[in-house]
Design a protein around this ligand. Structure first.
Ligand code: ZN
Length: 233
């Protein structure tokens, strides 16, 4: 190749690189960005959804989240999620959560985004690991959802939305349940991690969840629930 041709080639390469960079910039500026989760979480680290297997039923019966009297029909409406998260020490972990099928995709997307942002989640495990004892699970700062139980603080035995897998308690030791002078769990910090500026709050809100931190008489800062559903593609 002659020196002239080489110079022309180098010039063209420079022009192409510049145009390519400009295109990338303008694309990024004009198109809506995909969600953080889709953009940065590799496929093998995204949450998964599966039906309730026989072995999981055994674990839930033995652990106590599935009690005598739990309607058999509930099984078909629940899903097991396997979720990646970054713990308080910055380590990647995988946890399990049982939720209602209607919020399964929401919850996977929320936790994929939290993982992508390295939002600290202390622990995600089935509440059966704590004998389905809410107090023990909260004290261990465990994030969980399904547990066939009544509402916290209810004297009338009103069923909780956790009993249908429609509510999630996130980092309960950092986000207590507060009713007057009662604070649960014991040892919880008084200033919650979750506020209206918090990423988890914004993600749950954007997916149609209500936050227990917005309640009037009781403040349940760990609690997110969803009861109205739009058809999703
Ligand atoms: Zn709750």
């Amino acid at each position: 190749m002659s020196q002239k041709n080489l110079k022309t080639l180098l010039f063209l390469l420079l022009v192409c690189t510049h145009v390519a960079c400009a295109c990338q910039r303008s694309t990024g500026a004009t198109l809506p960005l995909p969600s953080a989760a889709k953009q940065t979480v590799p496929p093998e680290r995204r949450g998964t959804i599966s039906e309730i297997s026989d072995s999981l039923m055994q674990r839930m019966r033995a652990g106590g989240s599935w009690k005598a009297g739990t309607p058999a029909s509930l099984r078909a409406s629940l899903r097991l999620l396997r979720l990646y998260y970054v713990d308080a020490e910055g380590r990647t972990q995988q946890g399990e959560m049982v939720v209602d099928a209607r919020i399964a995709r929401d919850v996977v997307e929320i936790f994929d985004s939290l993982y992508s942002a390295r939002y600290p989640v202390a622990r995600i495990a089935l509440i059966d690991e704590y004998g389905a004892d809410d107090e023990r699970s909260m004290a261990a700062n465990n994030t969980s959802a399904f547990n066939y139980r009544t509402m916290t603080g209810s004297s009338t035995g009103r069923p909780s939305l956790h009993a249908r897998g429609l509510a999630i308690d996130l980092n309960p030791l950092w986000n207590p349940y507060v009713k007057g002078s009662v604070v649960k769990p014991k040892g919880a910090r008084r200033t919650p991690q979750i506020t209206h500026a918090d990423l988890a709050y914004r993600l749950f809100r954007d997916h149609g969840f209500r936050w227990g931190g917005d309640w009037r008489t009781v403040k349940d800062y760990q609690h997110f629930e969803k009861t109205s559903f739009n058809a999703r593609p």
